[in-house]
Design a binder for this molecule. Structure first.
Ligand code: ZN
Length: 192
């Protein structure tokens, strides 16, 4: 899937989780950082792709991208597995603990969860593509949905555009049906 679809999928997943398990009162900085972390999580697994937007936007990103690509075993390998989720989860956890002193009003546990939701949504979305995802590495089998490869989506083609449109429609529907709760949340639960 392209970064654009992963971005929308990550925020949709975050919205659904918050609807099911409301977070209560949170600070504005936590809310903003959680959204940022969620978006980073949504594209993080593709750092194993030297041409990923993540690297293209850095000055010598391509060089780093190629190195990381080799370290993680190539595209759709370690960072696209449960093992990768755990590894990235640990790294994000330690990074947030390291950064906590400079952001005392941030609930890093919520930011971490938003990051992980983004990462998980990436793997789920890639599972719908023809290439599949090696969820159970080191078992080198790529899983896909539906199981029949021919029925899966090709990255960047019409099928992906369809998924993108469905996700956007779902977001619009969620926002309009939960508009009052959203306004109440923004007014009453966002603290300084
Ligand atoms: Zn991917």
């Amino acid at each position: 899937m392209t970064a654009r679809t992963h971005d929308v999928a990550a925020i949709t997943a975050l919205g659904l989780v918050v609807l099911i398990w409301p977070v209560g009162e949170i600070t504005l900085s936590t809310a903003l950082l959680a959204i940022l972390a969620n978006q980073i999580g949504g594209i993080a697994p593709d750092i194993d792709q030297p041409t990923a937007p993540f690297w293209r936007n850095l000055p010598i990103g391509r060089v780093f991208g190629k190195t990381i690509d080799k370290l993680l075993g190539g595209h759709r390998f370690l960072s696209h597995s449960i093992l990768g989720l755990v590894l990235f989860g640990f790294l994000a956890h330690w990074l947030l603990i390291f950064l906590q002193p400079i952001m005392p009003h941030v609930n890093i546990s919520l930011v971490w969860r938003a990051f992980m939701i983004g990462m998980l949504s990436h793997l789920v979305m890639d599972t719908l593509t023809k290439e599949g995802v090696p969820w159970l590495l080191p078992i080198p089998f790529k899983f896909g949905l539906p199981p029949l490869r021919a029925l899966r989506v090709t990255t960047g083609k019409i099928g992906e555009t369809g998924i993108f449109a469905v996700l956007v429609a779902l977001d619009v529907w969620l926002c309009s049906t939960h508009y009052n709760s959203l306004v109440t949340f923004l007014h009453q639960h966002i603290a300084r």
